[in-house]
Each structure stands twice: as C-alpha cells, then as structure tokens.
Design a binder for this molecule. Structure first.
Ligand code: IPE
Ligand code: IPE
Ligand code: MG
Length: 236
C-alpha cells in the first residue's frame, strides 16, 4: 500500500438513520455504532495508522432529547469499561478531547482512570471526542493563552496558540472520514483540519467496516497533498 495517514479522524454519523430504515429505535443505532469502533480500531492498527480519533458526542448534541443524551452517555461509559482491559493489554494510549466537566460524574471517572492507566503508552493512540466543539475549544484556548505568563501577544505564533487546544499532544489529522452522506465538519477539529484530506461515504456508521476503511486509506494514498506548495514535478 502507498502512503498511510498518521492520524485518521472519524465523524461517526448516521446511527439514527441506520435504525430508522430498519424500524429500530435510535438507541439501537447507537448501540450498533459503538460496536463498530472496535473493528475500525483493529483495522487502523493493522494498516499502520498511529492515531485514531472518533467524534462520539458534539457540544451541540446536548440539544438532543434528554433520553438520547442520557443513553449516549451511558453507552460511552459502558464502552470504556468493556474495553478497558483490551486497551491496556494492547498498550493503546487513550485520550479524550472536549469539555469533560459537563459529562456525568461516573463517565468522567471512567475517562480519568483509562487516561491515567494508559498515559505511558506510545505505540497507538485512541482519542474520543466527547462534548467536543471546535468553537468552544478555541474560546477556552484564548482564555488560557491570555492567562499564561510567558506569552508575547505582539508576536503570537500558531505554536503558542496550539498548545492550549485539547489536541495539544496530537498531530493534525491527515484524513477525516465522515459517514452517512453528509458533507460537513459539524464543528469538528476546524483548525486542526486545515490541511486534512476529507473523505465522505454514504454508508451509515453502523455499517462502516474494514473494507470501507481500506478504501478510504487507498483514496488518501492517491491524493496529492501540496500544503500550499507546487508539485516538484511541475514544469515552469
Ligand atoms: C451519530 O449518529 C452519533 C451521534 C451524533 C452521537 P446520529 O445520531 O447523528 O445519526 P443520524 O444523523 O440522526 O442518522
Ligand atoms: C456530528 O454529527 C457529531 C458526531 C458524529 C458526534 P451530527 O449528526 O450531530 O451532525 P449534524 O447535526 O448532522 O451536522
Ligand atoms: Mg447525525
């Protein structure tokens, strides 16, 4: 295989519609969606990707009915407890991005525990975006930046700013995959995706699988990432 992205981020969309076309509850769609994460994690590891990030709950998703929000929070907690052992055994570094303070206390505890237990691993990195929104990330980063003592506001650099983002320890995503046919970022990693390649598939997240993941990786390998430069082979 050609070029492999270092960091792949997923906008896991379409759980509700997947359930709706089958006459099932949205809850069932989310349950099936959560079970896909493990398969994709394994496929990503196998393919040589080093960082995967899953958008699991946006800051705007709090506007959904209370019962759905509650169900999603419970599902996250169950997911973390179910895979805690595997994540540790496979030496996967676990992180979250987003504002954890609004999450249920038990979920916060489960996150804290797994984050701490895996903090020394460096082989493969799993990040869950929970109550994440790029705009609030930027606002909180500005707040931290203004409070930091060593900042030179006159000559501010991207590096000065970047270290206050939730993603400070992560490389920028090389590839963002969104399922369900929607072609938007929905407030996900807006600054970090400045030069990310975007891949959209009509498949609903619960049906996303290793084969589709490999198609996305192959497509990424065929793209020319110029990052503002011109192709070396271009004649002038
Ligand atoms: C994605 O599926 C999961 C979350 C946003 C939590 P959706 O719940 O958005 O599914 P659709 O878009 O309604 O089909
Ligand atoms: C984006 O999906 C958030 C997650 C996948 C967690 P949404 O379903 O919330 O996005 P919109 O509302 O269609 O833009
Ligand atoms: Mg959706």
């Amino acid at each position: 295989m050609s070029r492999i992205p270092v960091h792949v981020a997923f906008i896991m969309d379409g759980n509700g519609r997947w359930a709706q076309v089958r006459g099932l509850s949205r809850h069932e769609g989310h349950r099936r969606g959560a079970s896909v994460i493990k398969k994709i994690l394994r496929a990503a590891e196998k393919s040589g990707v080093k960082y995967v990030t899953f958008f699991a709950f946006s800051s705007e998703n709090f506007s959904r009915p209370e019962s759905e929000v509650k169900f999603l929070m419970g599902l996250c907690e169950k997911f973390l407890k179910k895979y805690r052992k595997t994540i540790c055994e496979k030496e996967i570094r676990f992180r979250t991005i987003g504002d954890l303070s609004q999450l249920p206390f038990n979920l916060q505890l489960a996150i804290e525990k797994l984050t701490q237990n895996t903090a020394h691993f460096d082989k493969f990195h799993l990040t869950m975006a929970l109550n994440y929104g790029a705009r609030s990330e930027v606002i909180q980063a500005i707040g931290k930046l203004l409070k930091s003592e060593d900042v030179n506001v006159e000559n501010l650099t991207w590096k000065d700013f970047e270290r206050h983002l939730y993603t400070k320890d992560l490389p920028d995503p090389d590839l963002i995959i969104r399922t369900s046919g929607e072609q938007r970022l929905s407030n996900f990693l807006l600054l970090q995706s400045a030069y990310a390649e975007l891949y959209f598939t009509k498949t609903y997240w619960p049906d996303f699988n290793e084969k589709e993941f490999l198609l996305a990786i192959e497509d990424y390998g065929s793209r020319e990432r110029r990052m503002g430069k011109i192709n070396d082979k271009t004649n002038d």
